[in-house]
Design a protein around this ligand. Structure first.
Ligand SMILES: Cc1cc2nc3c(=O)[nH]c(=O)nc-3n(C[C@H](O)[C@H](O)[C@H](O)COP(=O)(O)O)c2cc1C
Length: 201
């Protein structure tokens, strides 16, 4: 078993594999900046867990073009890094989405990513529902946004497609004032989610 600080980079598989265990926590990080607040939030969530993390901005992920090519095969016809992530989605029990708030929305890269779940929607009759799972949404923002229901609703629409129910939601909206690690109350809320969902190994 790997120590939590030891982050194993597996190029081509996922960006980080933090400890190896049976836990099926998948983290989709929709931020664009190394060293940013969202990446810290992702690290905070993953610490002490076994998580497969995809920093999707660093992946080659194209948006769904609604070509409906997947109707013939049940598979998306776009050849890119999503093929790895589809497999990770299917085996996950819990999927956490971490994202900065951009214009009261999830980031563009996150929306591009979510659009690729359309393959499950168009083929829902032939492939049936994929394994039931839970989701978490963790947002960070500078504070300008009062409508956090917008990104939450965006995600919930996509979650329906993959038989996933939102089980936890937190937002750190002081990103322009302080580092997320210094907000003790927020850190405690993340730890509570980790305990409630039994994410710690
Ligand atoms: C293009 C852009 C749009 C943003 N829009 C919002 C917004 O609508 N509401 C908000 O609270 N913060 C907004 N922010 C601030 C970011 O959410 C905040 O700086 C966050 O910490 C960025 O995450 P990062 O540090 O991981 O990059 C925006 C930032 C950028 C770059």
């Amino acid at each position: 078993m790997y120590k939590s600080k030891k982050i194993l980079k597996l190029s081509g598989l996922c960006d980080k594999l933090i400890r190896v265990s049976d836990m099926k926590l998948l983290v989709i990080d929709g931020s664009l900046k190394d060293g940013g607040q969202c990446r810290s939030m992702t690290d905070m969530l993953c610490e002490g867990t076994s998580a497969e993390v995809f920093e999707i901005f660093k992946k080659n992920i194209n948006p769904c073009t609604d070509c409906e090519g997947c109707r013939d095969t049940g598979r998306c016809v776009i050849s890119d890094d999503m093929s790895l992530i589809y497999k990770a989605i299917e085996r996950a029990d819990i999927i956490a989405f971490t994202s900065p708030v951009y214009f009261s929305s999830l980031t563009g890269v996150m929306l591009n990513f979510l659009s690729r779940l359309q393959v499950y929607y168009l083929n829902r009759k032939s492939i049936g529902n994929i394994k039931k799972k839970k989701a978490l949404l963790l947002l960070c923002g500078g504070g300008a946004t009062k409508r956090l229901d917008i990104p939450r609703h965006q995600l919930e629409l996509a979650l329906r497609i993959i038989n996933c129910e939102l089980a936890g939601f937190e937002a750190f909206m002081k990103a322009d004032e302080m580092r997320i690690e210094d907000d003790r109350e927020f850190c405690e809320r993340i730890n509570k989610i980790k305990n409630d969902l039994k994410l710690l190994v």
